[in-house]
Design a protein around this ligand. Structure first.
Ligand SMILES: Cc1cc2nc3c(=O)[nH]c(=O)nc-3n(C[C@H](O)[C@H](O)[C@H](O)COP(=O)(O)OP(=O)(O)OC[C@H]3O[C@@H](n4cnc5c(N)ncnc54)[C@H](O)[C@@H]3O)c2cc1C
Ligand code: SF4
Length: 564
């Protein structure tokens, strides 16, 4: 195939501009490297493109979901479960859905901003219960980088001193809303730890950015820059150094290698012209999201690396995990006909429940945390899930309108987010028959939950039902059965897919070393969720950011020493 090759040689080529890619670009440009970034989507800047203050009523669809915006019409994500021209497949019997963002900043434009550190136990699960594997690094290795991420990005929370839920450098948290006070009361009664949430939203001015004004629209991107997105917080300062060259609409195809087995750059499709191009760099960093980075490696076949790059161990694509999840919502009679009150806040919960139990006394390993939702959000098409769910409500005309007013804000919901252990049946490989619109082989997913996850999710369901009962509420749906998987969300649905390019001390069982550097190819690194050894119940992005900064510092140091 005819390929346009760039004559310019960059120090580093980064693929992907989300959490991992943005942080790598930020740290490496500051360290003096000349960086080129390939991003498959177009530019998007929340301070320019956000629809933060647009009312849902401004649209004939009232802000409801569309095919291209499954989280709502004004949500800040171009992408979704299906991306036109970029299919993926599922092995027989597999249910797995893969969310992909295609825009500058990736999923960091609309993510939930729940920003949790992994705790010391989360890096050494095998040593504790014999399951899965330990990481080759520990909390103390990552802690200085979590601290730096807190200071750079800004995060609110409360200092609690909980051993496996480390505190950070927090801004003050917003006060609990009315319904969250009810949840706190019920949690205290049932012995469930309930504390202020930890979100990367600033509640006081921070490094030239204004404090959040509590419009509650974080998933639309913040027009005043009071929450975290990769373009505004990481890429803007990286561009300001003059050392970042941003190539958008550039779909990476494979990492190229020279006769010495080292990476020489990345070939990509210029989506605007359809041209096949190549960019040269002394170091390649993949941050295209865990599964896409695995796909790139598996597609980077050469005579030296016939199984794909960084894959002598055969683990690329293996050890894929997602967070376990299930939801329960209920109607709370004491909140009907409430006194109108101000429930403004951030675009997410103001409280959450970190894992509070001891697995030795339970029939599943590893924990989960609970996210809380409810309140008086801006109504959109289909809000409240249908008025027929509320006792005696419905009908036409005035009664219908009155019922909506009476029951508005009287729903509380809980979402469990738990740790899945890697297992041999959860992985992705290349589909031997299917290619995308540019002829690049696509991923095929394989997925099977085990009893560990089913039992954990059963426990979530029981806990959420007990909390709703404690509040005097009525749950909307019956307890799902074992045959219904206790309501477990399908693989991929919680959008925390991790692993596939895991790190480890042993090159026979891992693709990367503890610096996220390929065992097989010393100038190749991965800084998205690919290197994760275990999932942990904490949402992954704060750890992706901290690890990406740690790897970038290592790259900068190695360049200084002349070893890279
Ligand atoms: C609705 C939602 C809510 C979430 N809430 C939370 C939360 O509260 N807390 C949390 O920790 N996490 C949350 N997440 C997950 C979080 O968004 C991800 O963990 C994080 O964004 C992953 O960062 P990344 O850099 O690996 O990938 P991404 O942010 O997905 O970025 C990858 C980038 O690479 C680009 N790319 C992909 N393939 C190629 C290619 N071949 N060539 C060039 N570019 C490519 C993509 O276009 C994209 O811009 C949420 C996700 C979603 C969707
Ligand atoms: S709630 Fe705060 S951080 Fe979120 S979009 Fe509004 S102002 Fe920005």
């Amino acid at each position: 195939m005819l390929q346009t090759r760039s004559s310019q040689q960059f120090d580093v080529c980064i693929v992907g501009s989300g959490a991992g890619g943005g942080m790598t670009a930020y740290a490496l440009t500051r360290a003096g490297a000349r960086v080129v970034m390939l991003e498959a989507g177009p530019e998007w800047w929340s301070t320019k493109n956000s629809t933060m203050l647009l009312p849902n009523s401004a649209s004939p669809r009232r802000g409801g979901a569309t095919r291209l915006r499954p989280f709502g019409e004004f949500d800040a994500c171009d992408g979704g479960w299906e991306v036109e021209g970029e299919p993926y497949t599922r092995a027989e019997g597999t249910t797995f859905d893969w969310w992909r963002a295609r825009m500058l900043g990736g999923r960091t434009n609309h993510w939930g901003r729940i920003s949790l550190r992994f705790g010391p136990d989360d890096f050494r699960g095998k040593s504790i219960d014999g399951l899965g594997d330990d990481w080759p690094i520990g909390y103390d290795d990552v802690k200085p980088f979590y601290d730096r991420v807190d200071d750079l990005v800004g995060i609110f929370g409360s200092v609690e001193g909980l051993r496996n839920h480390p505190d950070g450098h927090f801004h003050p948290p917003p006060k609990p809303r009315c319904y969250e006070l009810l949840v706190k009361k019920a949690s205290d009664k049932l012995g469930v730890t309930c504390i202020p949430a930890r979100l990367s939203v600033i509640t006081k001015p921070h490094r030239g950015r204004p404090a959040c004004h509590y419009c509650g629209q974080c998933n639309r991107g913040c027009a005043v820059n009071a929450n975290f997105s990769s373009p505004e917080i990481l890429l803007r300062p990286a561009l300001a150094t003059g050392r970042l060259r941003l190539l958008t609409n550039a779909m990476a195809r494979e990492v190229t290698v020279g006769p010495n087995g080292l990476a020489t750059g990345v070939s990509y499709i210029d989506k605007a012209t359809g041209e096949d191009r190549h960019v040269r760099a002394s170091i390649v960093v993949l941050a295209a999201s865990a599964c896409e980075s695995a796909r790139l490696l598996l597609n980077s076949k050469s005579s030296q690396f016939p199984q794909g790059l960084a894959n002598t161990s055969g683990v690329v694509g293996k050890h894929l995990t997602d967070t376990t999840g299930t939801d329960v919502a209920g109607f709370i009679p004491s909140m009907v006909d409430h006194v109108p009150h101000n429930e403004d806040g951030v675009g997410g919960g103001h409280v959450y429940m970190p894992w509070w139990l001891d697995n030795k006394k339970l029939d599943f390993p590893r924990g989960y945390h609970i996210e809380v939702w409810g309140g008086l959000g801006q109504p959109s098409y289909g809000f409240m899930g249908g008025i027929h769910r509320y006792p005696g409500a419905g009908g036409y005309g005035k009664k219908l309108k009155d019922d909506y007013r009476r029951f508005y804000g009287a729903t509380i919901g809980f979402s469990g987010r738990g740790e899945q252990l890697p297992n041999d049946d959860c992985y992705c490989d290349l589909d031997p028959r299917v290619v995308d619109q540019w002829g690049i082989p696509v991923l095929r997913f394989h997925w099977k939950w085990t009893d560990h996850e089913y039992n954990q999710v059963k426990h979530m369901q029981e806990t959420f039902r007990a909390l709703i009962a404690e509040m005097g509420g009525q749950v909307f749906s019956p307890m799902p059965t074992r045959e219904q998987g206790y309501g477990i969300a399908a693989g991929g649905r919680i959008i925390h897919e991790l692993g596939c390019v895991r790190m480890g001390a042993d090159p026979k069982t891992s693709a990367l070393n503890g610096w996220s550097q390929a065992h097989d190819c010393k100038n190749l690194f991965v800084t998205d969720g690919g290197p994760f050894v275990t999932q942990c119940d904490k949402n992954p992005t704060w750890t992706i950011l901290a690890l990406a900064w740690r790897t970038s510092d290592y790259i900068a140091e190695q360049r200084k020493q002349g070893t890279l």
